[in-house]
Design a protein. Structure first.
Length: 159
């Protein structure tokens, strides 16, 4: 090595898996959804979604958790906040490079009949040793229809 040349540190090539991400995470999310309110379909109404929760990722790639969300229409005369509590159940698949996917079933635990079950799919990336970022890639309602939504999630490991 030349005199005055700093030594190079070896580049860490960390490999990720569901097992390496196992733990409990606190998360927050926000996004938008479009919903036609009643037949005959009027123009869809944009909704703003926010929420927080806890999720536990298990070494085998399964996940469980709970969340509370608030939803409100951004147009029309039906502006009211709907608060729903959900239990979460699903799976996560993680590639060695830290990218992956998740599939989650959101089951209402709230008493409101306006809180609907939903199946969601997500793309994810490991954003550090204790954090994961996700974006929605699809959602299906109980009647089989798709929910047009864009949601981003930030999760931080707490244990």
């Amino acid at each position: 090595m030349k005199k005055g040349t700093p030594a190079r540190r070896p580049v860490s090539r960390r490999s990720f898996s569901a097992a390496s991400l196992a733990g409990t995470y606190a998360f927050r999310f926000s996004g938008f959804s479009m919903l036609a309110l009643s037949p005959p379909p009027p123009p869809p109404v944009p909704y703003y979604l926010v929420g927080v929760g806890l999720i536990t990722l298990r070494r085998d790639g399964t996940l469980v958790g709970q969340q509370t969300s608030s939803t409100t229409p951004m147009a029309g005369n039906q502006a009211a906040i709907l608060v729903c509590n959900y239990t979460l159940d699903g799976t996560v698949a993680v590639n060695p490079n830290g990218t992956g996917t998740a599939s989650i079933t959101f089951t209402p635990s709230s008493s409101s009949s306006d809180c609907a079950q939903e199946e969601g799919t997500f793309s994810l990336v490991v954003a550090g040793s204790n954090s994961i970022w996700l974006i929605s890639t699809g959602a299906t309602l109980p009647d089989g229809s798709s929910a047009d939504e864009v949601v981003q999630i930030e999760a931080v490991r707490i244990s």
